[in-house]
Design a protein around this ligand. Structure first.
Ligand SMILES: *Cc1c(COP(=O)(O)O)cnc(C)c1O
Length: 437
C-alpha cells in the first residue's frame, strides 16, 4: 500500500497543527501508523491522498448514517448554498428541524440547536444545575460527553466521591462537583446520589466511547427511578445513539424517558449540528425565555440546518433502513460468535443496532474496568491488518464502529472474510506449538 502522500501531509500537518490533527483520536495514537488523509468519500468508500480505497466503518465518527455523499443531503446543502451560508437570524428551516426533533425523540418538547455535541452537553449541564439549584452531577467512568471541563473527570478510585481532572488545565474547582459512577452498576450511582444534592445523572444510554457497551436489563430503568427519588434530572447523552438505534434514539429503543437529551452527529447529516432538549418546564429556563445563558454565532446555521433536515426527513420517510442495518448487524453477530467459538479466541463482539465493537478480551464486557482489561496491542495489530486489507475501522479500542444504510450484504460478507483471516493472524502465536504445526 502506498502511503507517500499521506506521510508528507502528516509531516506538514504536525508542523502547524498540534499532533497534526484537529481532534486527537484521528492521529492513530492508539494503533500506530499514520492517519489517512482523506480526499473523497462516496457511499461506504473513502479514498486517501495516495488513491487507496477503504470500506468505511467510521462514518466521520458517527454522522454519516446514510453513507457518504447522500444525494438528498447533497442537494439540500447545494440548494441552501445558493441562498447564502449564514444570517445570524431565525429561519424557517430551524423551525422545521426543531419540529422534526420533537416529533421523533419521545422526551423532547422543546429543543435548542448548537454547533457540536460538546456545546449541547455543557449547556444541558448548566441548565440542569440551574433548574435544580444543585451543583453536583454524576457521570460514568468511560462515558464521554465532549470536552467541557466538568466532564473531563474520572474517579481517582471507585470510592472517591470528589472528581479528579484527567486533563491538565481543568481546575480542581471545575472537577469538584463531578461524581463518577460505574456503568451498569446502579449501587454505585445510588451511593453518589444519596445526599440529594445531585443536579443530574449524565449517561450514554448505550455506552459508545469505551467501545460499544449495552446497558444491562433494568439499568436505565433504575437510573430513571433513582432520579425520580432524588430529584436529579436524568440526561441521556444521545449524541452517538440519537437517530441511530431507532428514529427516536436509545430512549425509544429501551422505552426509558429522560428529562433532557443531548444530540449531535447524525442530526447534522455531516455538517456541524448539536442540540439539547427535553421537558418544556426545564427548557423554558433557557435564555431568552428564561435566565440560563446559552448562545452561538453559528447555531442554527442555514447550511447545517439544511443538511440536518434532509437527514431527518430521509430517516423518517425510510424506516426500513433500521431493519436493514439490524439485519447486517445480526449477520455480524452470528459470524463473530461462530469464529470466536470455533477458534477459542479471547475476543468479545458487542453490538446494538448500527454500532458495535470488537474487544480483545474474553469478556464479559460490561463497564470501564472490563474494557480496560482488554488488549490494546492486539486491537492495534488487528486494526492495522484490516486497514491494509482495505477496511477502515475506528482507530481505537475505545471507540465504536458504525454500520450505515449504505452498507450491503455483500460488503459485510467481504468484511467478515477479512475479519476472520486477520483475527486468525493476530492470534496465530497464541496456540500451542503442536496445534500450530
Ligand atoms: C461525540 C460525542 C460527544 C461530543 O460531540 P462533539 O460534536 O464531538 O463535540 C458527546 N457525547 C457523546 C456521547 C459523543 O459520542
Amino acid at each position: 500500500m502506498r502511503t507517500d502522500r499521506s506521510k508528507q501531509l502528516f509531516d506538514a500537518a504536525r508542523a502547524r497543527i498540534p499532533g497534526g490533527v484537529n481532534s486527537p483520536v484521528r492521529a492513530f495514537g492508539r494503533v500506530g501508523g499514520q492517519p489517512l488523509f482523506v480526499t473523497r468519500a462516496e457511499g461506504v468508500t473513502i479514498w486517501d491522498a495516495d488513491g487507496n480505497a477503504y470500506m468505511d466503518f467510521v462514518g466521520s465518527w458517527g454522522p454519516m448514517f446514510l453513507g457518504h455523499d447522500h444525494p438528498a443531503i447533497r442537494d439540500a446543502v447545494a440548494d441552501q448554498l445558493a441562498r447564502g451560508t449564514s444570517y445570524g437570524a431565525p429561519t424557517e428551516a430551524e423551525v422545521e428541524l426543531a419540529e422534526r426533533v420533537c416529533d421523533m425523540v419521545p422526551s423532547i418538547d422543546m429543543v435548542r440547536l448548537t454547533s457540536s455535541g460538546t456545546e449541547a452537553t455543557m449547556s444541558a449541564l448548566r441548565l440542569a444545575r440551574a433548574f435544580t439549584g444543585r451543583d453536583a452531577f454524576v457521570k460514568f467512568r468511560g462515558g464521554y460527553h465532549g470536552h467541557g471541563d466538568a466532564f473531563l473527570v474520572e474517579a481517582g478510585s471507585g470510592a472517591a466521591t470528589l472528581g479528579v481532572p484527567n486533563s491538565p488545565g481543568v481546575t480542581s474547582g471545575a472537577a469538584r462537583d463531578t461524581r463518577v459512577a460505574e456503568f451498569n452498576d446502579l449501587d454505585s450511582v445510588r451511593a453518589l446520589a444519596a445526599e440529594g444534592d445531585v443536579a443530574a445523572v449524565f449517561v450514554e444510554p448505550v455506552a459508545g466511547n469505551m467501545g460499544c457497551v449495552p446497558p444491562e436489563d433494568g439499568f436505565l430503568e433504575g437510573l430513571r427511578a433513582l432520579c425520580d427519588e432524588t430529584g436529579a434530572l436524568l440526561v441521556f447523552d444521545e449524541v452517538m445513539t440519537g437517530f441511530r438505534l431507532a428514529p427516536g434514539g436509545a430512549q425509544e429503543r429501551y422505552g426509558v424517558t429522560p428529562d433532557l437529551t443531548t444530540l449531535g452527529k447524525i442530526i447534522g447529516g455531516g455538517l456541524p449540528v448539536g442540540a439539547f432538549g427535553g421537558r418544556a418546564d426545564v427548557m423554558a429556563m433557557v435564555a431568552p425565555s428564561g435566565p440560563v445563558y446559552q448562545a452561538g454565532t453559528l447555531s442554527g446555521n442555514p447550511l447545517a440546518t439544511a443538511a440536518g433536515n434532509a437527514m431527518l426527513r430521509w430517516i423518517a420517510e425510510h424506516p426500513e433502513i433500521y431493519d436493514h442495518v439490524e439485519a447486517l448487524g445480526r449477520r455480524m453477530d452470528e459470524a463473530f460468535e461462530r469464529m470466536i467459538d470455533e477458534n477459542g479466541w479471547p475476543v468479545t463482539w458487542r453490538r446494538v443496532g448500527a454500532m458495535g465493537s470488537l474487544f480483545f478480551g474474553p469478556g464479559p464486557i460490561r463497564d470501564w474496568p472490563t474494557v480496560e482489561a482488554c488488549s490494546v496491542d492486539r486491537f492495534a495489530a488487528w486494526f492495522s491488518r484490516m486497514l491494509e486489507a482495505g477496511f477502515y475501522m475506528a482507530p481505537s479500542p475505545f471507540e465504536a464502529s458504525f454500520l450505515s444504510a449504505a452498507h450491503t450484504e455483500e460488503n459485510i460478507a467481504r468484511f467478515l472474510d477479512a475479519a476472520e483471516r486477520t483475527l486468525a493472524e493476530v492470534h496465530a502465536t497464541d496456540r500451542p506449538a503442536e496445534v500450530r504445526a
